[in-house]
Design a protein around this ligand. Structure first.
Ligand SMILES: Cc1ncc(COP(=O)(O)O)c(C=O)c1O
Length: 497
C-alpha cells in the first residue's frame, strides 16, 4: 500500500486526555468493593499462578464480593437447562431422546417453549425496552404471592440489567444536581454513593445503629431532612437496603413503616433495594416495603397515597447467584405517568436488558411446581445452597464472637458479616505510618498473611472513630475461617498497647 500523502502536516500532535479533561463526576465516584485490596489480591493471584509456593498461602479466598458462582456455588439445574434450550432451540427437536436419556427434564422444554413464545422466538433479538411482557407477568405474580395477595401488575414492572441498572435509571431521573438530597444508609453498598457522584447530587448520610443490630433511627432521619431543607437541599429520595449490605440486618415492619411516615410527610421517594430478600436466616422475617406500604394505606386512608416507591430485585443473589447473567427488575408504585415515561425513555435508550437475563428472572421467581419433573431436584438444590450459606455464616460469626478485638452482630440475612474491629493505638499508629486507614491496614495484613480478601469499612462508610470490614460467607469450607482466627489472634497480640 502506498503511504498516504497529507498536505499541511507540519502540526504538533495534541496531548492525550488527562483526568482534568474528563467528566469529574466519574473521577469522584468510588467503588471500594473492587478497590485497592482486591487489586492487590489479583496481583497475589498472578504471583501464585507463576510460583505456587511463593506466598504464605496457596490460594486467594475471595471474600470481598457477593459473587457466589465465583466460589464454586453450582447453578440451579432447571434454570441452566432452560437457558441452554433458549440459546439453542434446535434442542427442542431432540426433546424425546434428551429426556429419555435424562440429559434434560421434560418441564425444562415446557418452560423454554413458553419463554420462547413470550420472547417472540429468539433470545438473540431485542425485546421490548421495559422487558418481555410474559416475564413481567411472572414477576407481578411472584410479588402478589409474596405480599399475601396484594396485587402487582406487569405494567409496573421494568426488567433491568441487574438491580444496578434499575438504581442507576431511578437516580438519573430523580437527581437534579447539588440541590437534590438523597438519604443513604451508612454503611451502604457503594453503588449508591457512586451513582450520586455520577449525578453530582448531594448525599445525606443516615447512620444505622450498630448497637441495635444496625436498625434505622427515624428521629435522626427526620432531623437530617429538616436540616437539609434549611440548607436549601431538597431531600428527594431515601434509599433503603433491606436486608442490608454490608450489615446483613433485616428491617422490622415498624422500622419500614416509620420510614414511610417520613417519606409521606416530606414527599420523599422510597428506593428499596431488596436484592437479598431470599437470604433470610432463622427466626427473622423479611417484610417487603410494598406490603408494608399497602398495609399503611389501608390503615390510614389518604395519608400514604402520595408515596412513590421503587423496589428492586435481582437474579444475582438468593440461592440463584446468577450475577453474571445480569437479570433484575424494579416495580414502580405510585409514580405519576410523566415520571414513568422518563424511566421508560431511559430504558429505551438502553434498548433492552439482556434477554437471557430477563429469562433468568422468570426462572428465579417461578421454580418448578410439585409434580413437575424438575421439582424434587430444584427444591433439593435450593435447600442445599441455602443451608450451606447459613452454616458458613454461623461458623464465621461464632469465630468472631469468641475473639478479643472484634465484635459482630448475629447474621440475619444477605451474604455478609460486618464486624467491628477494636484496634489498639499501636495498630492505628502503624496504619497511619503506612498512610492507610486502620481498617485498610487490618485488611491488608489479613490478605498478606492468609490470602483472604475483604473490604475495609471505610469503603461503605462508618461512624467516625469506628473501624469495620465486610466479609462474605460464600467461600467454601471452613479452613479459611480457621486461618483467619489464627491471624487475628497473632495480630491482636502483636499490636496490643
Ligand atoms: C445491596 C445491593 N444492591 C444491588 C447490587 C447489585 O446487584 P446486581 O448484580 O443485580 O446489579 C448488589 C450487589 O452486590 C447489592 O449488594
Amino acid at each position: 500500500m502506498s503511504p498516504l500523502s497529507l498536505e499541511n502536516n507540519d502540526f504538533q500532535p495534541a496531548p492525550k486526555l488527562s483526568l482534568k479533561d474528563i467528566n469529574e463526576n466519574v473521577v469522584d465516584a468510588k467503588f471500594a468493593i473492587r478497590g485497592s485490596i482486591s487489586i492487590k489480591a489479583e496481583d497475589l493471584q498472578v504471583q501464585l499462578n507463576k510460583n505456587p509456593h511463593c506466598l504464605p498461602f496457596d490460594e486467594i479466598t475471595v471474600a470481598n464480593i457477593g459473587n457466589p458462582q465465583e466460589l464454586n456455588q453450582k447453578p440451579l439445574t432447571f434454570a441452566r437447562q432452560v437457558v441452554s434450550i433458549l440459546q439453542y432451540p434446535e434442542l427442542l427437536n431432540n426433546r424425546d431422546v434428551l429426556t429419555k436419556e435424562k440429559i434434560f427434564n421434560s418441564d425444562s422444554f415446557d418452560r423454554a417453549e413458553r419463554l420462547l413464545r413470550d420472547i417472540g422466538g429468539s433470545v438473540g433479538a431485542y425485546s421490548a425496552s421495559q422487558g418481555v411482557y410474559g416475564i413481567r407477568k411472572t414477576a407481578a405474580e411472584y410479588i402478589t404471592k409474596r405480599d399475601g395477595g396484594e396485587p402487582s401488575y406487569p405494567e409496573d414492572i421494568f426488567l433491568t440489567t441487574g438491580a444496578t441498572s434499575a438504581a442507576s435509571y431511578l437516580l438519573s431521573v430523580l437527581c437534579r444536581g447539588p440541590q437534590t438530597g438523597v438519604l443513604i444508609p451508612i454503611p451502604q453498598y457503594p453503588l449508591y454513593t457512586a451513582t450520586l457522584a455520577l449525578n453530582k447530587s448531594t448525599m445525606i448520610p443516615y447512620y444505622l445503629d450498630e448497637e441495635s443490630a444496625w436498625s434505622t433511627n427515624t428521629t435522626e432521619i427526620e432531623k437530617l431532612v429538616l436540616d437539609s431543607i434549611k440548607k436549601g437541599i431538597k431531600p428527594s429520595v431515601i434509599v433503603v437496603i433491606n436486608p442490608g449490605n454490608p450489615t446483613g440486618a433485616v428491617l422490622s415492619e415498624l422500622a419500614i413503616a416509620k420510614i414511610f411516615q417520613i417519606a409521606a410527610k416530606y414527599g420523599i421517594v422510597v428506593l428499596a433495594d431488596e436484592v437479598y430478600q431470599e437470604n433470610i436466616f432463622d427466626g427473622v422475617q423479611f417484610h417487603s416495603t410494598k406490603k408494608v406500604l399497602r398495609g399503611l394505606q389501608k390503615q390510614y386512608p389518604g395519608k400514604f397515597d402520595n408515596i412513590q416507591l421503587a423496589s428492586m430485585h435481582s437474579t444475582s443473589k438468593g440461592v440463584f447467584g446468577e450475577c453474571g447473567q445480569r437479570g433484575g427488575y424494579m416495580e414502580l408504585v405510585g409514580f405519576t405517568d410523566e415520571v414513568r415515561q422518563l424511566l421508560l425513555k431511559l430504558a429505551c435508550l438502553a434498548v433492552c436488558s439482556v434477554v437471557t437475563g430477563q429469562a433468568m428472572v422468570d426462572l428465579m421467581l417461578l421454580p418448578p411446581k410439585k409434580g413437575d419433573a424438575s421439582y424434587e431436584l430444584d427444591k433439593k438444590e435450593r435447600q442445599e445452597i441455602f443451608d450451606a450459606m447459613y452454616e458458613r455464616a454461623r461458623k464465621l460469626y461464632a469465630m468472631f464472637d469468641k475473639l478479643d478485638g472484634i465484635e459482630c452482630q448475629k447474621p440475619q440475612g444477605a451474604m455478609y458479616l460486618y464486624p467491628s474491629l477494636i484496634l489498639s493505638k499501636k495498630a492505628i499508629a502503624k496504619a497511619e505510618s503506612l498512610n492507610l486507614t486502620p481498617d485498610e491496614f487490618y485488611c491488608h495484613e489479613l490478605l498478606d498473611a492468609t490470602g483472604i480478601c475483604t473490604v475495609p469499612g471505610s469503603g461503605f462508610g462508618q461512624k467516625k472513630g469506628t473501624y469495620h470490614l465486610r466479609t462474605t460467607f460464600l467461600a467454601p469450607g471452613i479452613e479459611w475461617i480457621n486461618k483467619w482466627e489464627k491471624f487475628h489472634k497473632h495480630f491482636y497480640e502483636k499490636y496490643q498497647d
